[in-house]
Design a protein around this ligand. Structure first.
Ligand SMILES: Cc1cc2nc3c(=O)[nH]c(=O)nc-3n(C[C@H](O)[C@H](O)[C@H](O)COP(=O)(O)OP(=O)(O)OC[C@H]3O[C@@H](n4cnc5c(N)ncnc54)[C@H](O)[C@@H]3O)c2cc1C
Length: 477
């Protein structure tokens, strides 16, 4: 079923020039955390040919693809070089509504896929905490969702992709026919090539609602015990931790787990009957954007502490089978466009690490340190990863992962996070490159043992070293 193209309304910046021979002026580019802007020639190819021309004609500072800029750090930046905004390539080529497959350009957002696919009874196999990411960005970071323990990460569901490599050639890459290039590209942070298009296997759903169970955990041990004992019963599972709680309450949390609601879970009469009449409707809520100029320090310890207290108390001790809109369950932050501005001009850092099962002690120590440091994070999320995926730089390992937002200007933050990196590396774990903006390069090799293979493959397919980014230079990827 061919589908017409639609430009995604979520891209907030005015579109940069289409890729062409004329040199574009440089533009400051940042990640979602708004730290460390660098300037680059921002081009927006409108065809595969323009993308090829942009890669072939890029200058000495090279080129990197960018999706919707939701990586928090510097992965989609390229100081002094070219950044290819891929959102101009946003056609959905074909939907196989019988077998659940979609073929589309890499610049299509997951939001757009949901709009088109949900009414047909299909959902994206993996979604992160925002649906404003592109298919290219989802493969480039090999993103995970609340269902990693069941479904693995995004690339597990990719059956083929078209990759424009640094030598200017376009290759059809499948996990079977070209496993090395596929595995290096899944989670390869755009450094093996520009993904032009991909085919993705979908998940069948009967409704656009979720049945959700919520419960509170009194402390970190209680939380980890509950997750370990019951995660397997849910497709989606996540826990929000109050990192400002201390003493006996350290690590207190709210667990939210759920699954796609079957049709019979929707009420036939009364409130909610509308959903039964149109069970696959996609109805996201969208509020006005956050104001452009907000003072820094709005999210200090006091305000975040208050928020956390209210959030924890507001959560039911235990509630089963609540019906929730899919967008409220997966993407609550998307309701407030450009919410990243609430951290003020200093921006914020997202820290996410993973350690294997058996390393609970490392998680305990890290949560203890963050609590002791009184880290004002109102978004701290713990979950369990399932089996790892074969992407050489893919982040998930079977075990525990914790992600948190922290204002970049927090005193002592650099030293604290450096210590946490050491702790994570010593436990055999890793930090997530899509969220990183500050890791020291010497730790990356220990965290990602296939890094040498990755470098060797990049040299093979990109002998001129055309594909690069601020992240690649900073971490010597
Ligand atoms: C609110 C929020 C919640 C999030 N939750 C999660 C989560 O739960 N799980 C998770 O895994 N991540 C999460 N993320 C991170 C996000 O999913 C990833 O950073 C994702 O890569 C962003 O996609 P993007 O299209 O914005 O890509 P960008 O941020 O623009 O780029 C990210 C990387 O992908 C590469 N890339 C982009 N397009 C292409 C292409 N066409 N070809 C080759 N490479 C490309 C870039 O070079 C870069 O290295 C979250 C981010 C936000 C803001």
């Amino acid at each position: 079923m061919p589908v017409p193209s639609a430009t995604d309304a979520s891209a907030s910046a005015p579109p940069p020039p289409a890729a062409g021979p004329a040199a574009a002026p440089t533009t400051p580019v940042t990640g979602w955390g708004r730290t460390a802007p660098t300037s680059a020639r921002l081009l927006r190819p409108g065809s595969y040919e323009e993308a090829v021309a942009a890669v072939r004609g890029c200058g000495a500072r090279g080129v990197v693809a960018r999706g919707l800029g939701r990586a928090y750090g510097d992965a989609a930046q390229n100081a002094g070089g070219t950044v290819l905004d891929m959102t101009g390539l946003d056609r959905i080529h074909e939907i196989d509504a019988v077998n659940g497959l979609v073929a589309c350009d890499a610049g299509v957002s997951l939001h757009r896929l949901m709009q088109v696919l949900l009414p047909l009874g299909w959902f994206v196999p993996v979604t992160p905490g925002t649906r404003y990411v592109t298919v290219g960005g989802a493969i480039g970071a090999d993103i995970h969702g609340k269902n990693h323990h069941v479904s693995g990460s995004f690339s597990r569901h990719v059956t083929a992709l078209e990759l424009l490599t640094g030598d200017g050639e376009t290759r059809l890459v499948t996990p079977e026919d070209d496993p090395e290039l596929f595995r290096a590209t899944a989670g390869g942070m755009g450094l093996t090539g520009v993904i032009l298009a991909a085919t993705i296997r979908l998940l069948p759903v009967a409704t656009s609602l979720m049945t959700v169970d919520t419960e509170r955990a009194a402390d970190l041990d209680d939380l980890m015990d509950r997750l370990t004992a019951t995660d397997h019963r849910y497709r989606y599972s996540v826990a929000w931790i109050d990192l400002l709680a201390r003493g006996a309450a350290t690590g207190r949390a709210v667990l939210t787990r759920g699954d796609h609601a079957p049709l019979e879970a929707l009420p036939a009469a009364g409130r909610g009957a509308r959903a039964r009449r149109d069970p696959l409707a996609f109805r996201p809520l969208r509020l006005p954007a956050a104001p452009r100029h907000l003072p820094g320090g709005l999210l200090g310890r006091t305000s975040v502490g208050l928020f956390n207290e209210l959030w924890f108390r507001k959560a039911p001790r235990e509630r089963r089978g609540q019906l929730q809109k899919l967008t409220s369950f997966f993407h609550p932050l998307d309701g407030l466009p450009e919410w990243n501005r609430i951290y003020g001009p200093g921006g914020f850092v997202q820290y996410q690490f993973a350690v294997g099962y058996g390393e609970q002690e490392a998680v305990r120590r890290i949560v203890g340190r963050l609590s002791a440091h009184r880290c004002p994070s109102f978004l701290a999320v713990l979950k369990r990863f399932g089996e790892g995926d074969p992407g050489w730089l893919s982040f998930p390992v079977p075990g525990w992962t914790l992600a948190l937002d922290i204002p970049a200007a927090l005193p002592g933050l650099d030293a604290l996070l450096d210590e946490l990196d050491e702790e994570v590396a010593a436990a055999g774990g890793r930090v997530y490159l899509a969220k990183d903006s500050r890791l020291r390069p010497e730790l990356v090799r220990a965290m990602y043992p296939r890094l040498d293979d990755f470098r060797e493959l990049r040299a093979r397919y990109d002998p001129r070293g055309v594909l690069t980014s601020d992240l690649a230079r900073r971490l010597a990827l």
